[in-house]
Design a protein around this ligand. Structure first.
Ligand code: UTP
Length: 299
Protein backbone atom coordinates (compact mmCIF):
# COMPACT_ATOMS: atom_id res chain seq x y z
CA UNK A 1 0.00 0.00 0.00
CA UNK A 2 1.35 3.43 -0.89
CA UNK A 3 1.55 5.73 2.12
CA UNK A 4 -0.15 9.06 1.49
CA UNK A 5 -0.94 10.51 4.90
CA UNK A 6 1.33 12.73 6.95
CA UNK A 7 0.56 13.86 10.49
CA UNK A 8 2.26 17.03 11.74
CA UNK A 9 1.94 17.63 15.50
CA UNK A 10 2.10 21.36 16.25
CA UNK A 11 0.31 21.65 19.56
CA UNK A 12 3.25 21.84 21.95
CA UNK A 13 3.66 24.78 24.32
CA UNK A 14 7.03 25.84 22.89
CA UNK A 15 8.28 26.93 26.31
CA UNK A 16 11.93 26.97 25.19
CA UNK A 17 11.11 29.82 22.82
CA UNK A 18 9.05 32.09 25.06
CA UNK A 19 8.00 34.86 24.83
CA UNK A 20 7.97 34.58 21.01
CA UNK A 21 5.69 31.54 21.32
CA UNK A 22 3.24 33.13 23.74
CA UNK A 23 0.62 33.64 21.03
CA UNK A 24 2.34 32.12 17.97
CA UNK A 25 3.06 28.39 17.62
CA UNK A 26 6.82 27.78 17.32
CA UNK A 27 6.08 26.00 14.05
CA UNK A 28 5.07 29.40 12.61
CA UNK A 29 8.36 31.14 13.40
CA UNK A 30 9.96 32.25 10.12
CA UNK A 31 13.07 30.47 8.91
CA UNK A 32 14.35 33.14 6.50
CA UNK A 33 11.00 33.98 4.86
CA UNK A 34 8.82 30.89 5.35
CA UNK A 35 7.36 29.51 8.56
CA UNK A 36 9.18 26.37 9.73
CA UNK A 37 6.10 24.23 9.18
CA UNK A 38 5.96 25.07 5.48
CA UNK A 39 9.35 23.44 4.96
CA UNK A 40 7.96 20.36 6.72
CA UNK A 41 4.84 20.24 4.53
CA UNK A 42 7.04 20.69 1.43
CA UNK A 43 9.19 17.75 2.57
CA UNK A 44 6.09 15.57 3.03
CA UNK A 45 4.75 16.49 -0.40
CA UNK A 46 8.14 15.84 -2.04
CA UNK A 47 8.00 12.31 -0.58
CA UNK A 48 4.54 11.74 -2.10
CA UNK A 49 2.45 12.47 1.02
CA UNK A 50 -0.29 14.81 -0.16
CA UNK A 51 -2.78 14.32 2.68
CA UNK A 52 -1.57 16.34 5.65
CA UNK A 53 -3.20 16.41 9.08
CA UNK A 54 -1.98 19.06 11.50
CA UNK A 55 -2.51 18.59 15.22
CA UNK A 56 -3.02 22.07 16.58
CA UNK A 57 -3.28 23.59 20.01
CA UNK A 58 -4.38 26.88 21.47
CA UNK A 59 -3.13 29.11 18.64
CA UNK A 60 -4.52 27.17 15.73
CA UNK A 61 -5.63 30.23 13.74
CA UNK A 62 -2.28 31.42 12.40
CA UNK A 63 -1.47 27.89 11.21
CA UNK A 64 -4.80 27.42 9.49
CA UNK A 65 -4.62 30.91 7.93
CA UNK A 66 -1.18 30.24 6.49
CA UNK A 67 -2.43 27.25 4.51
CA UNK A 68 -5.65 28.99 3.46
CA UNK A 69 -6.11 31.48 0.61
CA UNK A 70 -6.11 35.22 1.35
CA UNK A 71 -8.21 36.79 -1.43
CA UNK A 72 -7.55 40.45 -0.48
CA UNK A 73 -3.76 39.95 -0.38
CA UNK A 74 -3.83 38.04 -3.64
CA UNK A 75 -5.88 40.74 -5.43
CA UNK A 76 -3.55 43.46 -4.12
CA UNK A 77 -0.49 41.63 -5.48
CA UNK A 78 -2.34 40.90 -8.73
CA UNK A 79 -3.23 44.60 -9.13
CA UNK A 80 0.45 45.51 -8.63
CA UNK A 81 1.52 42.87 -11.15
CA UNK A 82 3.78 41.27 -8.49
CA UNK A 83 3.54 37.77 -9.93
CA UNK A 84 6.55 36.38 -8.01
CA UNK A 85 5.12 37.18 -4.58
CA UNK A 86 1.64 36.16 -5.73
CA UNK A 87 3.01 32.72 -6.61
CA UNK A 88 4.73 32.47 -3.20
CA UNK A 89 1.52 33.40 -1.38
CA UNK A 90 -0.49 30.84 -3.35
CA UNK A 91 2.11 28.11 -2.96
CA UNK A 92 1.30 27.30 0.67
CA UNK A 93 -2.40 27.02 -0.19
CA UNK A 94 -1.90 24.72 -3.14
CA UNK A 95 0.81 22.49 -1.68
CA UNK A 96 -1.34 19.73 -0.20
CA UNK A 97 -4.70 18.81 1.17
CA UNK A 98 -4.29 20.17 4.69
CA UNK A 99 -6.65 19.13 7.50
CA UNK A 100 -6.67 20.14 11.15
CA UNK A 101 -7.59 18.43 14.36
CA UNK A 102 -7.35 19.94 17.79
CA UNK A 103 -5.46 18.48 20.74
CA UNK A 104 -7.49 19.92 23.61
CA UNK A 105 -4.61 19.83 26.07
CA UNK A 106 -0.90 19.37 25.38
CA UNK A 107 -0.64 15.96 27.05
CA UNK A 108 2.44 14.93 25.08
CA UNK A 109 3.56 13.88 21.60
CA UNK A 110 2.04 10.40 21.98
CA UNK A 111 -1.33 11.94 22.82
CA UNK A 112 -1.01 14.34 19.84
CA UNK A 113 -0.43 11.37 17.49
CA UNK A 114 -3.43 9.55 18.99
CA UNK A 115 -5.59 12.55 17.98
CA UNK A 116 -4.91 11.49 14.35
CA UNK A 117 -6.48 8.04 14.76
CA UNK A 118 -9.80 8.76 13.10
CA UNK A 119 -8.29 10.62 10.14
CA UNK A 120 -5.57 8.04 9.50
CA UNK A 121 -7.65 4.86 9.93
CA UNK A 122 -6.02 1.47 9.49
CA UNK A 123 -3.07 2.33 7.25
CA UNK A 124 0.59 3.14 7.79
CA UNK A 125 1.32 6.88 7.98
CA UNK A 126 4.16 9.32 8.51
CA UNK A 127 4.65 11.72 11.43
CA UNK A 128 6.79 14.80 10.88
CA UNK A 129 7.44 17.16 13.80
CA UNK A 130 6.59 20.68 12.73
CA UNK A 131 9.65 22.24 14.38
CA UNK A 132 12.20 19.73 13.10
CA UNK A 133 13.74 20.66 9.73
CA UNK A 134 15.56 18.21 7.49
CA UNK A 135 17.60 19.91 4.77
CA UNK A 136 15.84 19.31 1.47
CA UNK A 137 19.14 18.24 -0.14
CA UNK A 138 19.46 15.29 2.28
CA UNK A 139 17.34 12.17 1.79
CA UNK A 140 15.49 10.72 4.77
CA UNK A 141 11.73 10.35 4.52
CA UNK A 142 11.74 8.42 1.24
CA UNK A 143 14.26 5.94 2.70
CA UNK A 144 12.05 5.51 5.78
CA UNK A 145 8.90 4.99 3.67
CA UNK A 146 10.67 2.28 1.64
CA UNK A 147 11.87 0.53 4.83
CA UNK A 148 8.34 0.58 6.26
CA UNK A 149 6.96 -0.98 3.08
CA UNK A 150 9.67 -3.64 3.19
CA UNK A 151 9.26 -4.56 6.86
CA UNK A 152 5.59 -3.71 7.55
CA UNK A 153 6.62 -2.42 11.00
CA UNK A 154 7.34 1.12 12.19
CA UNK A 155 10.40 3.17 11.27
CA UNK A 156 12.11 5.94 13.23
CA UNK A 157 14.86 8.38 12.29
CA UNK A 158 18.04 8.31 14.38
CA UNK A 159 20.86 10.80 14.74
CA UNK A 160 24.26 10.15 16.31
CA UNK A 161 24.74 12.74 19.06
CA UNK A 162 27.48 13.43 21.60
CA UNK A 163 26.92 11.24 24.71
CA UNK A 164 26.36 14.37 26.85
CA UNK A 165 23.41 15.34 24.60
CA UNK A 166 21.50 12.03 24.80
CA UNK A 167 19.48 13.17 27.83
CA UNK A 168 17.69 15.68 25.57
CA UNK A 169 16.22 13.01 23.27
CA UNK A 170 14.55 9.62 23.06
CA UNK A 171 17.37 7.09 22.75
CA UNK A 172 17.36 3.75 20.87
CA UNK A 173 19.02 0.38 21.48
CA UNK A 174 19.69 -1.17 18.07
CA UNK A 175 21.07 -4.26 16.37
CA UNK A 176 22.07 -4.82 12.73
CA UNK A 177 19.34 -5.50 10.17
CA UNK A 178 21.31 -7.25 7.42
CA UNK A 179 18.23 -7.65 5.12
CA UNK A 180 18.33 -3.91 4.45
CA UNK A 181 21.76 -4.14 2.83
CA UNK A 182 22.69 -0.80 4.41
CA UNK A 183 24.45 -0.58 7.78
CA UNK A 184 22.56 2.67 8.51
CA UNK A 185 19.26 0.76 8.50
CA UNK A 186 18.91 -1.09 11.81
CA UNK A 187 16.46 -3.00 13.96
CA UNK A 188 15.38 -1.19 17.14
CA UNK A 189 15.29 -3.44 20.20
CA UNK A 190 14.46 -0.85 22.86
CA UNK A 191 13.80 2.84 23.47
CA UNK A 192 14.06 5.18 26.45
CA UNK A 193 12.86 8.78 26.62
CA UNK A 194 15.52 11.30 27.74
CA UNK A 195 17.79 8.87 29.64
CA UNK A 196 20.62 9.96 31.92
CA UNK A 197 23.96 9.48 30.11
CA UNK A 198 24.78 6.48 32.33
CA UNK A 199 21.54 4.65 31.41
CA UNK A 200 21.56 5.46 27.68
CA UNK A 201 21.65 2.31 25.51
CA UNK A 202 23.51 4.15 22.69
CA UNK A 203 24.23 7.63 21.36
CA UNK A 204 21.46 7.27 18.76
CA UNK A 205 18.84 9.95 19.35
CA UNK A 206 15.30 9.79 17.99
CA UNK A 207 14.56 12.79 15.74
CA UNK A 208 11.27 14.09 14.40
CA UNK A 209 10.44 11.74 11.52
CA UNK A 210 8.47 8.52 11.94
CA UNK A 211 6.65 6.12 9.63
CA UNK A 212 4.23 4.17 11.78
CA UNK A 213 2.18 1.02 11.61
CA UNK A 214 -1.42 1.89 12.67
CA UNK A 215 -1.02 -0.58 15.57
CA UNK A 216 0.55 2.42 17.33
CA UNK A 217 -2.94 3.81 18.03
CA UNK A 218 -4.01 0.78 20.08
CA UNK A 219 -0.72 0.95 21.99
CA UNK A 220 -1.07 4.70 22.64
CA UNK A 221 -4.57 4.17 24.02
CA UNK A 222 -3.08 2.08 26.81
CA UNK A 223 0.13 4.08 27.31
CA UNK A 224 0.07 6.06 30.54
CA UNK A 225 1.95 9.29 31.23
CA UNK A 226 5.72 8.80 31.18
CA UNK A 227 8.67 11.17 31.49
CA UNK A 228 7.53 14.70 32.39
CA UNK A 229 3.98 13.42 33.04
CA UNK A 230 3.39 13.37 29.24
CA UNK A 231 2.11 10.53 27.06
CA UNK A 232 5.30 9.76 25.18
CA UNK A 233 5.44 8.44 21.63
CA UNK A 234 8.81 6.89 22.59
CA UNK A 235 7.08 4.70 25.21
CA UNK A 236 4.54 3.46 22.64
CA UNK A 237 7.38 2.71 20.20
CA UNK A 238 9.18 0.72 22.91
CA UNK A 239 6.03 -1.41 23.26
CA UNK A 240 5.77 -1.82 19.47
CA UNK A 241 9.41 -2.97 19.38
CA UNK A 242 8.51 -5.86 21.67
CA UNK A 243 5.37 -6.89 19.75
CA UNK A 244 5.22 -9.51 16.99
CA UNK A 245 4.94 -8.53 13.31
CA UNK A 246 1.50 -10.21 13.13
CA UNK A 247 0.24 -7.67 15.66
CA UNK A 248 1.78 -4.72 13.81
CA UNK A 249 4.95 -4.74 15.92
CA UNK A 250 8.60 -4.37 14.94
CA UNK A 251 10.53 -1.10 14.92
CA UNK A 252 13.38 -0.21 12.57
CA UNK A 253 15.67 2.80 12.43
CA UNK A 254 17.32 4.85 9.70
CA UNK A 255 20.49 6.62 10.86
CA UNK A 256 20.43 10.10 9.33
CA UNK A 257 23.77 11.70 8.50
CA UNK A 258 22.52 14.90 6.88
CA UNK A 259 21.64 18.39 8.06
CA UNK A 260 18.86 18.75 10.64
CA UNK A 261 17.69 21.72 12.71
CA UNK A 262 15.50 21.75 15.81
CA UNK A 263 13.84 25.14 15.33
CA UNK A 264 12.18 24.86 18.76
CA UNK A 265 15.64 25.39 20.27
CA UNK A 266 16.83 29.02 20.05
CA UNK A 267 20.45 28.30 19.11
CA UNK A 268 19.54 25.66 16.52
CA UNK A 269 16.92 28.06 15.14
CA UNK A 270 19.57 30.75 14.61
CA UNK A 271 21.89 28.23 12.92
CA UNK A 272 19.04 27.13 10.61
CA UNK A 273 18.29 30.71 9.54
CA UNK A 274 21.96 31.48 8.84
CA UNK A 275 22.75 28.23 7.00
CA UNK A 276 19.61 28.23 4.89
CA UNK A 277 19.95 31.93 4.00
CA UNK A 278 23.68 31.55 3.21
CA UNK A 279 22.81 28.84 0.66
CA UNK A 280 20.05 30.84 -1.03
CA UNK A 281 20.94 32.38 -4.38
CA UNK A 282 19.01 35.61 -3.62
CA UNK A 283 20.41 36.28 -0.12
CA UNK A 284 23.49 34.07 0.09
CA UNK A 285 26.15 36.19 -1.62
CA UNK A 286 25.45 39.34 0.45
CA UNK A 287 24.96 37.42 3.70
CA UNK A 288 28.19 35.44 3.24
CA UNK A 289 30.18 38.60 2.54
CA UNK A 290 28.75 40.27 5.66
CA UNK A 291 29.23 37.13 7.80
CA UNK A 292 32.90 36.88 6.84
CA UNK A 293 33.46 40.50 7.88
CA UNK A 294 31.43 40.06 11.05
CA UNK A 295 33.18 36.86 12.14
CA UNK A 296 36.55 38.62 11.77
CA UNK A 297 35.39 41.18 14.39
CA UNK A 298 34.59 38.42 16.91
CA UNK A 299 38.14 37.24 17.54
P1 UTP B 1 8.49 19.31 22.01
O1 UTP B 1 8.76 18.65 23.27
O2 UTP B 1 9.63 19.79 21.16
O3 UTP B 1 7.48 20.52 22.09
O4 UTP B 1 7.53 18.37 21.18
P2 UTP B 1 7.12 21.51 23.22
O5 UTP B 1 6.60 20.81 24.41
O6 UTP B 1 6.24 22.51 22.56
O7 UTP B 1 8.56 22.18 23.47
P3 UTP B 1 9.15 22.96 24.69
O8 UTP B 1 10.09 21.97 25.33
O9 UTP B 1 8.00 23.39 25.58
O10 UTP B 1 9.87 24.13 24.08
C1 UTP B 1 7.82 17.84 19.90
C2 UTP B 1 6.68 18.08 18.92
O11 UTP B 1 5.47 17.56 19.43
C3 UTP B 1 4.46 18.56 19.42
C4 UTP B 1 5.19 19.87 19.42
O12 UTP B 1 4.40 20.89 18.82
C5 UTP B 1 6.44 19.54 18.60
O13 UTP B 1 6.17 19.61 17.22
N1 UTP B 1 3.61 18.34 20.61
C6 UTP B 1 4.19 18.16 21.84
C7 UTP B 1 2.25 18.31 20.47
O14 UTP B 1 1.72 18.46 19.35
N2 UTP B 1 1.48 18.10 21.57
C8 UTP B 1 2.01 17.93 22.80
O15 UTP B 1 1.25 17.72 23.78
C9 UTP B 1 3.41 17.96 22.95
Amino acid sequence: MTIRKAVIPAAGLGTRFLPATKSTPKEMLPVVDKPAIQYVVEEAVAAGLDDVLMITGRSKRTLADHFDSVPELESALEAKGDTTRLAEVRRSTELANVHFVRQGQPKGLGHAVLCAKQHVGDEPFAVLLGDDLIDERDELLTVMLALQEKTGGSVIALLEVEPDQVHLYGCAAVEPYPDAGDPDQVRVTGLVEKPDAADAPSNLAVIGRYVLNPAVFGVLETTGPGRGGEIQLTDALATLASMSPQDGGGVYGVVFRGRRYDTGDRLDYLKAVVRIAADRPDLGPDLRAWLTEYVATLT
